[in-house]
Design a binder for this molecule. Structure first.
Ligand code: FES
Length: 108
């Protein structure tokens, strides 16, 4: 599978996660304070909560349900109760297009 357009760069506001679903795979896309765009699995590994509803703090997104904060770089939670990482996806930018291949995750 190749990368799919999931949104426009211009649609992303700093630290405001959005949920996208390329090929039905739920992914949270976040533009951080430095303008870097990240893509991680949208479903918290502790429960069926969308991380796109969470709070971005630096390079983490915190699940609103019980407070586990997942790294945007590694997908790993920095605190309990979640202990399993979410996948991290490779983001490609082509003009204003944000492209993600949901079948390819970064090896962390
Ligand atoms: S559901 Fe996310 S920390 Fe519990």
């Amino acid at each position: 599978m190749s990368a799919e357009r999931v949104c426009g760069v211009s649609e992303l506001e700093q630290d405001m996660p959005i949920r996208v679903e390329p090929s039905g795979v739920p992914i949270t896309v976040i533009k951080d304070a430095e303008g870097v765009i990240h893509a991680i699995g949208d479903t918290c590994t502790h429960g069926e909560i969308s991380l796109s509803e969470g709070f971005v703090e630096g390079d983490t997104v915190e699940c609103w349900a019980h407070g586990s904060a997942f790294s945007l770089l590694t997908g790993k939670p920095g605190n309990l109760p979640a202990y399993e990482p979410v996948p991290v996806y490779i983001v490609e930018i082509d003009g204003d297009d944000v492209l993600i291949d949901p079948t390819v995750t970064k090896e962390i």
